[in-house]
Design a protein around this ligand. Structure first.
Ligand code: SF4
Length: 273
């Protein structure tokens, strides 16, 4: 198997939670490769922000998207070639601010894509502005007096939108994160995985998460229980909140898209495109 780390200089800040996500993603891809999923069948897209640099460091094919558009390109890739495993990396500002509509509609359609949300609660790349997941009172360069908004709850938001796999992990719990990523990628349908990711420079949440993260193993017994767990403010619960089966978008569109896909692949093969 080829080396999964590229030779690009890594410019994440020392201690950034993105390192943990990167390690967990590589471990997951190695596990998939051991199960005979070729690397050529795994494709990634990313948006813009500190999270997006993973595109430079991870040795996979894909599309480095515009701000908030990682899921738009991911959906196009999946429709053009449903055989691919498509993984999308997004930041909380990127995916729930600029790209909110793509996130909601990808979940609604049950696109067979895995979305990894790097939740650092700020726009780190542009020096710490408030993002859609910044807590109330967050002091950053755009909110020096404290954020007056309330953050989204990304888990219940994506449950309501229709994601069929919804989970949360923490970048410092690499083994837990890797097993959640594996389960999400293996799930057929839209997998939304929130990763709590400290930003040491503008929103250092290590102490908070180390104190308040709690892993659960059993899938909540019903929708109500899943929502209560996701909304519980006494702890950051880590695990799978929802896992259910629903027809995926590209299957439901057959035969409408399949002939097009086959014809275009033939054109590509014969050099007409
Ligand atoms: Fe990580 Fe924050 Fe530094 Fe960006 S600014 S690399 S999110 S620590």
């Amino acid at each position: 198997m080829r080396e999964l780390t590229t030779s690009k200089e890594n410019t994440w800040c020392v201690g950034c939670g993105n390192f943990g996500i990167f390690a967990a993603v590589k471990a997951t891809i190695k596990r998939l490769a051991e199960e005979n999923i070729p690397l050529s069948n795994i494709v990634m897209t990313s948006g813009i922000g500190c999270h997006g640099k993973i595109f430079d460091y991870l040795n996979l094919s894909g599309v480095y998207g515009l701000h908030g558009r990682a899921l738009a390109t991911a959906q196009g890739i999946k429709l053009a070639n449903p055989d691919l495993n498509v993984i999308t990396f997004g930041g909380d500002g990127d995916s729930l601010g600029e790209g909110l509509e793509h996130s909601i509609f990808a979940a609604k359609r049950n696109m067979d894509i895995t979305m990894i949300l790097h939740n650092n609660g700020t726009y780190g790349l542009t020096t710490g502005q408030a993002s859609p997941l910044s807590p109330s009172g967050f002091r950053g360069s755009s909110t020096p007096m404290g954020n007056v908004e309330i953050p989204f709850n990304p888990l219940t938001l994506m449950m309501e939108a229709g994601a069929t796999f919804v989970a949360r992990s923490y970048s410092a719990k690499i083994s837990h994160l890797s097993s959640i990523l594996y389960e999400g990628i293996r799930h057929e349908g839209f997998s939304f995985i929130e990763v709590l990711q400290p930003c040491v420079s503008f929103n250092n949440t290590y102490s908070l998460y180390n104190d308040k993260c709690a892993i659960f193993d059993e899938l909540p017994q019903d929708e109500e229980a899943a929502r209560l767990l996701a909304k519980d403010k006494s702890a950051y619960h880590l695990g799978v909140f929802r896992k259910e089966s629903r027809p995926v978008y590209h299957e439901q569109c057959r035969p409408a898209i399949e002939p097009l896909s086959r014809a275009r692949r033939l054109d590509l093969f014969e050099g007409r495109l």
